[in-house]
Structures are given as structure tokens and as C-alpha cells.
Design a protein around this ligand. Structure first.
Ligand code: UD1
Ligand code: CA
Length: 495
């Protein structure tokens, strides 16, 4: 007989008052991913055939996050306890074994859940409870065991005797249950100190069925850390950051300062990469093999060679950086592609659709959006390049602006190979500059420049002889500047 696939129920109805936030607790992000996303990802990685999320507080926002993620949402209109929350999910269950997770406990490792599943299957238990151990387990339901170590009961904080409060083993609230759970949970009452439906009552209900109940103790209780306020959110993020960074270090990546390095768990990094201080790698960023991410000061004197280097306080999101490119300090890159030999920044901004071919140079205070820069093209200083196609070896002068937007739509600019654009030029799109064309500095171009031509679009210079001298002289006693007075006297005496 085929065993039906695992079903996962995630409780995410809680209010999270202590967050003091308009955002539901489970949507607060940790390293770029809403907390709820971690439980969801575990469920998917375990191959769950059915994922049911119980929403309540902020249900609309939570359901919006879950849209198109292959999840069944059920609403718990009134939060009457964990037992009630689980029963709310029951009609959406399909008769498989059930794993119960929480939207606000993002640190449980997949390996832990796998080991727990293995234990559950091997022992043939009807119910397996994931437990942890703490010096002081205040707030948690304590695990009471018999003399031979057998599981007796879960005692909630409110009902615990002084002796029971000293128990160090606690209930994580994560359970594996066989398909009887929804039926048994229907018998849960609310005859307890809190007047809530306690899901922990399942323990006694399984026992009464003569079923085996197991406790599976987690090796590292920090995985069970919940995030109920902003402090715990910060601490949980630190745990995750350390875990991710250690994983990369074990895989051959050098981190100069792990505490200031933030790498989302979606990022791939090749071996022999070095990350400097304050590097953030987010989203779908991929770094090639042998990438070097050095503090800028060291970069100056280092060989670029076959390595990519990224300066500190740089943000790279959803980019592809080929081995052998250099990203200098304080640059912000998102959705960009940078080829071997290209260098970017410091203080550069690459926005989605920026494609830098080999040996392109993009310097400080240059913004590139939806624009391809052909091999060897250089834009060294203070430019905006948007919605354009540049050929190879174009020189973009300081202060070049592409006026790509006419207030209604974006237009395309085409710049041929070897074009020279003088400083402080404005290219009003749509405009095309032919191969080898030149644009005189300070031009405002609204017409094409053909191959081999020079475009000049500025007023011709006119010098008025002696104008300034006459002007200053006329000012007489009102003239306050020492240098000008001395100059007037000197030239007076001479003439
Ligand atoms: C529960 C366990 C306790 C365990 C602890 C671990 C019970 C009776 N006790 O206690 O043994 O040590 O978790 O954290 O189960 N939730 C809903 N709907 C509800 C009630 C709760 O979605 O009606 C969600 C909450 O948002 C929260 C989780 O379930 O994420 C736990 O609920 P909470 O009320 O905090 O349970 P505890 O009292 O902590
Ligand atoms: Ca709790």
C-alpha cells in the first residue's frame, strides 16, 4: 500500500502584538524572506502534498503573500487556542501524515525535520513531539517524563507546579501526527487555566487510543527560537546570518567580517571568493568562481587578474557578475549583468537591465538603467544612461544625461561604435549617433548625428572685450574684493 504524502499545517493566525506593527508578525522579514516563508520552504522541501496555512490576524496580507504558492489558506476567525487552530485546518486535510509548523519559528533546520520524520516512521508512533532543552524554559509547556524516560504529559506554564517549572525539557509545539489527529482533536476541550483549546491535549487522546507517543529532542534548541518582538527578530536574523555565513566559509569562501556580511539564502557563491566588510548579497545574485570581494583600500593596490572584486558597503541584488569584474565600494547593483574585466563605481548605480560587456568602465555617480554598454565603453563620471544601446568603445563624457522620458513614454537612444560624447551633453531620446560620431561638449541634442559627423548644439561663444574691467571700475567704492581692487590699480598705473 502506498503511504499518502505528508501534509503540513502552518499556524499563522497570531496577532504579534509585541511587534507593534501594522504588518502581521509572520510577514516580518528575516534576511529578505518573510518569516512565514521559512516554514513554507521547509514544507515544500519535505515534499508536502498539501500545505494548509491557518490565517487570522492580518489574514488578507498573509493570504496575499501566499498567493500562487500552491497553499490552501483557512481562516481562523476567532483565536481560541492551538487546538482550535488545528481543527480549523482539519477540513482541508486529506488523510496523510501531518506535520504542524508555525509561521513565527523560522530557524528550524530542514535536517531536524527530516530526522524527526525518520524517527516518527521508525518508531511507528501515532504522535511525535519535537522538544528542546533550556536552562530556564519559562513560558513553554514542560515535558514531564516517567522514571524510565517515557513521556507522561505536557504541562503548560499556567498549570505547572514549582517543581515542574524546573523541568528543562520543553514542548516546541511542532508535531508529527498520523491521520487520526483531526478526529482526535475534535475531542479537545477548554477545561484548563487559560480556557483555551490546547492542542497538547492530543497527547492524552493518542494515549487513550493505545497509540505510541514519542518525544524527539532537538540537538540545538536555538532552532526553536520564535520571533515575537523586534529584539527577537534581530536575534533570529543573527542566528540565520551566522548559519548561512558559516555554510559559505565551509564551502571555501573567505569572509573578512562575518558580522557585517549579509547573504540571503538564495545566493550562490563559488569557492575561493573573498567578501570584504559590509557586503550584502541578496536575491538571485550569483558570483562566479574565484571572485574576490575586498575592501576598496586594498583593492587599489591589488591585481585584478582572474578574480572579481567587490568593495565594502556594496549592495548586489539579482545580478550576474562574471569572474574578473570589479565592483568598487558603495555601489548599488540590482538586476544587472557585469562581464569579465568591467569595473563599476565607487558610488555607481546599476539598475535592472543594465548590461556591461567586457572591459566597460562605469565610474562614480553614474546611473545605468535598461541599457547595454558595448565592450570597452567608458562612462567615468556623473551620468544618467537610460533605455539606450551603446556600441563598443564609446566615450561618455562627464555629466552626460539621456533624457529618455518625455512625460508620456520612454524612448530609445542608439549610440554607435567609437562615438565620442563631450562633457555635459544632453541626448533627447529618441536619438541616434552614427559610428565614430562626435558630440561637442555642452550640447543638447534632439536630432541624430550621422556616422563620422560632429554634432554641436549650443550657442556660439562670443567674447566682449574689456567688458568685465569696465564693470568693476564702475562699481568704484562699492567694490569689496581686495584682489580686484589691486588688479584695477595695477593696470591703471600701467596704462
Ligand atoms: C504552545 C504550546 C506549548 C509550547 C509552545 C511553544 C499549547 C497549548 N501550548 O503554547 O506547550 O511550549 O506553544 O511555542 O499548544 N495560534 C493560532 N491560533 C490560535 C492560537 C495560537 O494560530 O488560536 C498560533 C500562534 O500565532 C502561535 C502559535 O500558534 O504562532 C502558538 O500559540 P501560543 O498561543 O503562543 O501558544 P503558547 O501558549 O506559546
Ligand atoms: Ca508562544
Amino acid at each position: 500500500m502506498n503511504t499518502p504524502p505528508l501534509e503540513v499545517v502552518i499556524l499563522a493566525a497570531g496577532q504579534g502584538t509585541r511587534m507593534r506593527s501594522k504588518l502581521p508578525k509572520v510577514l516580518h522579514p528575516i534576511l529578505g524572506r518573510p518569516m512565514l516563508g521559512y516554514a513554507l520552504r521547509s514544507a515544500q522541501a519535505l515534499g508536502a502534498g498539501n500545505i494548509v496555512v491557518v490565517t487570522g490576524h492580518g489574514a488578507e496580507q498573509v493570504e496575499h503573500f501566499l498567493e500562487h504558492k500552491g497553499v490552501n489558506c483557512v481562516r481562523q476567525e476567532q483565536r481560541l487556542g492551538t487546538g482550535h487552530a488545528f481543527l480549523t485546518a482539519a477540513p482541508a486535510l486529506r488523510g496523510g501524515p501531518i506535520l504542524l509548523l508555525y509561521g513565527d519559528t523560522p530557524l528550524i533546520r530542514l535536517e531536524t525535520l527530516r530526522a524527526m520524520l525518520e524517527h516518527h516512521t521508525r518508531t511507528g508512533a501515532g504522535l511525535t513531539i519535537l522538544t528542546g532543552e533550556l536552562e530556564d524554559a519559562t513560558g513553554y509547556g514542560r515535558i514531564a517524563r516517567g522514571e524510565d524516560g517515557e513521556l507522561l504529559e505536557i504541562v503548560e506554564e499556567k498549570a505547572a507546579t514549582r517543581q515542574q517549572k524546573n523541568l528543562r525539557e520543553f514542548n516546541s509545539g511542532v508535531y508529527l501526527m498520523d491521520s487520526r489527529a483531526p478526529h482526535l482533536a475534535a475531542h479537545i476541550g477548554k477545561d484548563n487555566a487559560a480556557g483555551e483549546y490546547y492542542l497538547t491535549d492530543l497527547l492524552a487522546l493518542y494515549r487513550a487510543e493505545g497509540a505510541r507517543v514519542e518525544a524527539f529532542k532537538i540537538a540545538d534548541s536555538s532552532e526553536l527560537m520564535g520571533a515575537n518582538d523586534r529584539l527577537q527578530l534581530h536575534d533570529a536574523a543573527r542566528v540565520l546570518q551566522k548559519r548561512i555565513n558559516e555554510g559559505h566559509m565551509r564551502a571555501g569562501v573567505t569572509l573578512l567580517d562575518s558580522s557585517s556580511t549579509f547573504i540571503e539564502d538564495t545566493v550562490q557563491i563559488g569557492p575561493d571568493t573573498t567578501l570584504g566588510v559590509g557586503v550584502h548579497l541578496l536575491g538571485a545574485a550569483r558570483l562566479g568562481e574565484g571572485v574576490q570581494v575586498w575592501p576598496y583600500s586594498i583593492l587599489d593596490s591589488s591585481e585584478v587578474g582572474d578574480h572579481t572584486q567587490i568593495g565594502p558597503y556594496t549592495l548586489v541584488k539579482d545580478c550576474v557578475l562574471e569572474g574578473g569584474c570589479v565592483i568598487h565600494a558603495h555601489s548599488v547593483l540590482s538586476g544587472a549583468q557585469v562581464s569579465r574585466g568591467a569595473d563599476v563605481g565607487p558610488f555607481a548605480r546599476l539598475r535592472p537591465g543594465a548590461v556591461l560587456e567586457q572591459d566597460v568602465h562605469v565610474g562614480n555617480f553614474v546611473e545605468v538603467k535598461n541599457t547595454r554598454l558595448g565592450a570597452g565603453t567608458k562612462a567615468g563620471h556623473l551620468a544618467y544612461l537610460g533605455d539606450a544601446e551603446f556600441g563598443r568603445e564609446v566615450n561618455v563624457g562627464a555629466g552626460t544625461i539621456i533624457a529618455n522620458y518625455n512625460g508620456l513614454e520612454k524612448n530609445t537612444t542608439r549610440v554607435g561604435d567609437g562615438v565620442f560624447i563631450g562633457s555635459n551633453s544632453t541626448l533627447i531620446a529618441p536619438v541616434t549617433l552614427g559610428r565614430g560620431a562626435m558630440v561637442a561638449a555642452g550640447s543638447t541634442l534632439s536630432h541624430d548625428v550621422l556616422e563620422g559627423d560632429l554634432g554641436v548644439a549650443r550657442a556660439r561663444q562670443e567674447n566682449k572685450a574689456g567688458f568685465s574691467k569696465r564693470y568693476w571700475k564702475k562699481a568704484g567704492a562699492k567694490l569689496k574684493l581686495e584682489v580686484l581692487r589691486a588688479w584695477l590699480e595695477e593696470t591703471q598705473a600701467g596704462s
